[in-house]
Design a protein around this ligand. Structure first.
Ligand code: CA
Length: 232
């Protein structure tokens, strides 16, 4: 059983995608929905301001009707949603202005879905400190304090081991590719030996000692098995 503890809502995270380029909006919508987000897509600033409540707004600054920064300011005044602005490469001035206008983070086009989801998790964590900790069977992982416990006993993990585990437990059941893990935990341009990942996963399995928790998905990567309750 997976439970996201205590005060965190069991509801899916609602993401409002404000993007007039359908070639970008559509794959984002599909990808985020596949990852369990509830997604609404709009193509203008006006629609963004009239959209239903969201937890996170992904806001393209280059909109056909209103100035993106103006939309950012008004969204900020209207709602508690986290705002992640999206700009084209080279628009550094806009990014700085957006952060000054209350945006929580920014992404530069082109960006990948994995990076977007990591940013979404990060802004939600900052908004709800302490609310998100993950429990899978006897395992609890708290990204805010970076503490890991198994049956209430703290397990000492290295920073990389913790980062790998956090990626996996944040999305139980999803097979996460080796490349995604290397990208998220090491560096977005990791081209070194991937054996380093196996070494860390082996160490994690040994330290956590929860049989069946981290499953190898052959030819792809790893996943955390939500039903891994064993290991008493
Ligand atoms: Ca645009």
């Amino acid at each position: 059983m997976i439970e996201r503890r205590s005060t965190e809502q069991p509801m899916p995270v609602r993401v409002l995608v404000v993007e007039d380029d359908e070639g970008i909006a559509w794959p984002l919508r599909r990808g985020l929905a596949r990852s369990g987000y509830e997604v609404e897509t709009v193509a203008s600033g006006r629609e963004a301001l009239e959209a239903g409540p969201a937890d996170v707004v992904l806001l393209d600054l280059g909109l056909p009707d209103l100035d993106g920064l103006e939309v950012c300011r008004r969204l900020r005044a209207l709602s508690d949603a986290a705002v992640i602005v999206v700009t084209a490469r080279g628009e550094e001035g806009d990014r700085v202005a957006a952060l000054d206008d209350g945006a929580d983070d920014y992404l530069v086009k082109p960006f990948g879905l994995a990076e977007l989801e990591a940013r979404i998790r990060a802004v939600l964590r900052r908004m709800n400190p302490g609310r998100t900790h993950y429990t899978v069977g006897p395992l609890t992982v708290d990204p805010r304090t970076r503490r890991t416990t198994v049956r209430g006993e703290e397990v000492a993990l290295t920073p990389k081991e913790f980062d790998i585990l956090e990626c996996l437990v944040a999305d139980p059941g999803r097979a996460i590719s080796r490349q995604e893990l290397l990208t998220r935990v090491w560096d977005e341009n990791w081209y070194g030996p991937t054996r380093v990942l196996d070494v860390h996963v082996a160490a994690l399995r040994r330290k956590l000692a929860i049989e069946g928790l981290i499953e190898t998905v052959y030819g792809h990567g790893f996943r955390v098995v939500p039903g891994a309750e064993v290991g008493d």
